[in-house]
Design a protein. Sequence first.
Length: 314
Amino acid sequence: MNIVLLLAFVKEMIGLYSMAAIGYVARKINILDANANEVITQLLLYITLPALILYSMNVPFSYSMGKELLILFISSLYVLLSACVIARLMRKRSKIASQRKNVFEALIIFGNQGFIGYTICYILFSEKGIIYATMFNFAYLLLIWSYGIYLFLRSTSSFPWKQVFFNPGILSTIAGLLIFLLPIGFPQFVSDILNTIGKMTIPLSMILIGSLLKNIKVKDVFLLLKNVSIWQIAIVKLIILPLILFPLTLLPLPFTLIGVAVLMSGMPCAPTVSLYALKYGGDSYFASLAVFFTTLCTLVTIPILYLVLMNITI
């Protein structure tokens, strides 16, 4: 990674942390009151995230791109299934509190592909990176809006199947796929509206994380950083899962495709897990700390992954 790309990457990450800091300060001085987190959560899950999904999938279809879509979809599915197996095994062996177990499992499975992933892919691979990232993200979107909710609600006496399979995330993802596959698209003004609303997802999600971190005390941070679970999550998310896709380097595939697949697999924990923990019951404090810590670690892990890929494939 040359110095220009590295500086651009660091700049974007500093921007994300600045947004979280704004959320923290706003909650600390009570600009955001006690109900603000719930309101922002609803806004993200039901308005801005679906808009981001629909806008991202509104790209022209071609058969060559369809073939690459299939490769990326299979790669994404492979990583997600591997993550599910690893998370389930680690959950069973973990001695963490029961309220954290669902959060622990979800943090291992789901990464920040939609927020940070698109940003990094654009920095490193420009517009082509965004198209590949959208393709790779499809299986992830389906899973986080179905299995992700299931993780938090599976112990309920009456499981809300409609809530899991007929929520805005699933519906917007399916609609986006149809728009991608069929010779149709949004009118420009609709696309512009979706783009504007969808872009709100990144700052709102980081502001929410900052707000959730307001109650964290310095002594709690040091205690949790000594927590084995936090480090287990970070190692699996940022190192083990992207390494699973390194065999792609043996195939005659474009470097951009391989780079997007590997780097998207190495994203930090998804802020959406914090949203689910807040909405469906779970340790949102633990989730927010894991999101914050793994996001900080990507300042080191993503450049290393990219450098290793370049040395292997180029």
